[in-house]
Design a protein around this ligand. Structure first.
Ligand code: NCD
Ligand code: ZN
Length: 353
């Protein structure tokens, strides 16, 4: 599909994008954060890692109702995911997919990240689920990190590829897989050489900073997320992949809000809250790479193509204008620090065309 971005420098009119990986949370936090996503994105893949994980069709249906009730925009569709556990019922997954409740399943290796204690302890425990998913064409979304504490935190994605990903694609050669929030050149290369059933999402923040930035001038907990940012050469590989025009790489913010108390703590939570200025951030990165004409494919076309959905027909407008990102956003009776806090971005989302 040809990009519909006009090659003018000050204004981009493009198909409305989708976010293929976002954490919306629940309750008051959900109602406060959902609007940031809904004003930009037509659809979003909703992560199922609530305190009580979304493991059944009924839980997903109820959560979808709560999301729809919290969003004021008319044109926003949450796409629900099923959290895989060691005891997952493959029949439940199939029923959820066929009844248009589940769009995909999420694999969290147990204890890999926030609210993943119910995750999968051994990939062999979900064989029947993966067989069903392969048969019905339901995507598997993978948090690709091993959890072995003997493996260095910066190596956990690369080791996951060697130990787990390669096994999954041999055992389930037709399974659709999204390697989520990739952070390494190894992941880029793995996805590139794999079949067209293997794709990856890339976050705004992993395109912007490397691991040294987390420690620049003192530790910055607001840049701590999982998978953690890696060396500069990995960031550059991610940037090349994002602007490559390959339909295997598409937008997924992994926006993961935590209150300021939970970030600035002796045991701070992992997660970058990038939803508020996600499209401005991606636009800035693509412009730095002289690749604004590649933004629409990455943000609005390759995701739906992979999921077998039509791209959005609505359009959004991005304008060249300064966007000053606040140091923090009020939420409930506390604050969240957004990605790019205190910075000025060179683009502004003007709204729907
Ligand atoms: C996510 C969260 O807070 O739910 N955190 C993160 O660092 N990305 C979980 C996840 O996606 O790993
Ligand atoms: Zn995530």
């Amino acid at each position: 599909m040809k990009s519909t971005i006009k090659k003018t420098v000050d204004r981009i009119v493009m198909r409305r994008p989708d976010d293929w990986h976002v954490h919306m949370r629940d309750g008051d936090m959900l109602s406060r954060v959902v609007g940031y996503t809904a004003k930009q994105f037509g659809r979003a893949i909703i992560m199922p890692n609530l305190a009580v994980p979304i493991t059944t069709v009924a839980l997903a249906r109820d959560y979808r109702i709560r999301i729809n009730a919290a969003v004021s925009e008319q044109n926003f569709t949450p796409l629900m995911t099923c959290y895989l556990t060691d005891t997952v019922d493959a029949g439940e997954i199939e029923q959820g997919f066929k009844s248009d409740v589940f769009t995909a399943c999420k694999l969290y290796p147990a204890n890999a990240t926030t609210n993943s204690s119910h995750g999968v302890t051994d990939i062999n425990n979900i064989t029947s689920a993966l067989e069903v998913m392969q048969r019905i064409g339901m995507p598997l979304l993978v948090h690709g990190e091993v959890t072995d504490s003997d493996v260095d935190i910066f190596d956990r994605e690369a080791v996951f590829i060697d130990q787990i990903m390669t096994k999954i694609i041999v055992d389930f050669p037709a399974l659709k897989i999204v390697f989520e929030h990739i952070t390494t050149k190894e992941a880029v290369d793995f996805v590139k050489v794999s079949g067209s059933n293997i794709a990856a999402t890339i976050t705004p923040h992993h395109l912007v900073y490397n691991r040294s930035a987390i420690f620049k001038g003192g530790i910055n907990p607001h840049l701590y997320c999982l998978p953690i940012a890696k060396r500069e050469r990995h960031r550059l590989a991610l940037r090349r992949a994002a602007i490559s025009g390959s339909p295997k790489f598409f937008l997924g913010t992994d926006s993961a809000p935590h209150t300021i108390e939970n970030k600035q703590s002796a045991c701070g939570c992992a997660g970058v809250f990038n939803a508020p200025y996600a499209m401005e951030s991606y636009a800035q990165t693509f412009e730095e790479e002289n690749a604004l004409h590649k933004l629409e494919g990455f943000a609005s076309q390759f995701g739906p193509q992979f999921y077998g959905l039509e791209p959005n027909t609505q359009k959004i407008v991005l304008e060249r204008a300064n966007t000053v990102v606040p140091a923090m956003l009020d939420i409930m009776d506390t604050q969240i620090v957004p990605f790019h806090a205190g910075e000025t971005l060179g683009w502004k989302l003007a709204g729907l065309a």
